[in-house]
Design a protein. Structure first.
Length: 385
């Protein structure tokens, strides 16, 4: 037997200890699976949910499915996937069992939010456990790893999903903890790197925003999209530097109170730089933009999430959503954002449009009216939820 097989054979002993708090997994769970996380902190609701006949039948079938895998870690990962019918029953039952548990940003209700979280589990397990190629394979997913390392991560995720964790819903079903463990094993915990978003580098501009007279300005904010470098150890790409020159020039006109710089730790894979942080630093050091006028959005990995996440920050800033923003970027990216193809991409990747494109003011400037749907929690993209 291999080391992994031997360890799996002894796995039941792993779960014998009492539940402990894991600060990293806790934060990742709260960020990616807020509804399931609240369920894990409500034992009475969890018991009531498990007692529902339709849910009990599904949980029993899922348990049997995992048990038949024995020590086959790939089989165990496949058994963690929720079928469409299982997900539908759990999502509907979850909304009934704990109707008081709501996510403020889930404007379409707890059942829809539960469905997104369950599908998020599936996406993570397929991508980080079963080798499904992500939509943007150059920057997302676990990267190229040896088969033995894949098996080790699956084995560790199996053990961790069985090892008690305080506040977890794993006694109901271990799949969420299994997915969280796969992300942790792959060092893909980017989604909690800057929480809370209203603190840290954003604390001062957030405070200013909450006391601002928005009527004094033409636009609520300027959104500066990211263009990550492809060269290792490069903080900002050449296009990124161009974006900042455009932003500083436009900001000097005085009719925009905030610059939202948006870009995560995405290009190239495993870069040590977060683009939004680097853009903020350059705006301050090179152009003298006041720190309380710069808001960082450090999670977005794609143009779609640049706009979605910037809208989330505007919501947190209490900016009037009836007020336009201005998107500033290079002419090629700007034309892409304006195109019908990009609107379709938003629908395909996010399920909605994060806002409405307005007038074109120049080859590098577009008006944009944010939409409140951007506040929905969506763990199907676990790196910038």
């Amino acid at each position: 037997m291999t080391i992994i097989a031997l360890a799996l054979a002894a796995a039941p002993g792993v779960a014998a200890a009492g539940a402990v708090r894991d600060a990293v997994t806790d934060r990742l769970s709260q960020r990616l699976f807020p509804l399931l996380d609240k369920l894990g902190h409500n034992p009475a609701a969890m018991t009531a949910l498990a007692a529902r006949p339709d849910v009990a039948d599904i949980l029993r079938m899922r348990s049997v499915r995992r048990a038949t895998c024995a020590q086959d870690v790939t089989c165990i990962a496949q058994a963690m996937i929720w079928t469409q019918s299982e997900a539908a029953v759990l999502a509907a039952s979850l909304a009934v069992a704990i109707p008081q548990t709501t996510i403020p940003s889930a404007d379409d209700g707890p059942a829809a939010q539960a469905a997104r979280e369950i599908e998020g589990i599936n996406v993570i397990v397929r991508t980080y456990g079963l080798g499904q190629v992500p939509r943007y394979s150059a920057i997302d997913g676990p990267g190229t790893i040896a088969p033995e390392e894949t098996r080790a991560r699956l084995a560790a995720a199996t053990w961790l999903s069985q090892a008690p964790r305080e506040g977890s819903a794993q006694t109901l079903d271990p799949s969420a903890d299994f997915a969280l463990a796969l992300l942790d094993a792959s060092d893909r915990t980017d989604a909690i790197g800057f929480e809370p978003m209203t603190g840290g580098l954003n604390a001062t501009p957030m405070k200013r925003a909450h006391g601002l007279d928005w009527k004094r300005y033409r636009y609520s904010a300027m959104i500066v999209t990211g263009v990550g470098p492809e060269t290792p150890d490069m903080p900002l790409s050449p296009f990124g530097k161009y974006h900042l020159r455009l932003a500083a020039t436009r900001f000097a006109e005085g009719d925009i109170p905030f610059i939202i710089v948006t870009g995560g730790r995405a290009h190239p894979r495993a870069t040590r730089f977060t683009e939004a942080e680097e853009m903020r630093r350059a705006l301050i050091e090179r152009y003298g933009v006041p720190p309380d006028a710069i808001v960082i959005e450090p999670y977005a990995r794609h143009t779609t999430t640049n706009l979605r996440n910037a809208t989330r920050l505007l919501l947190a800033m209490h900016a009037p959503l009836a007020m336009d923003t201005l998107i500033v970027c290079n002419p090629v990216q700007s034309a892409t954002i304006e195109s019908p193809a990009f609107q379709e991409r938003n629908r395909a990747e996010l399920g909605y449009r994060p806002g409405t494109i307005g007038r074109r003011l120049s080859p590098t400037a577009l008006e944009f009216r944010p939409a409140p749907q951007s506040g929905r929690v969506d763990p199907r993209d676990p790196l910038d939820p």
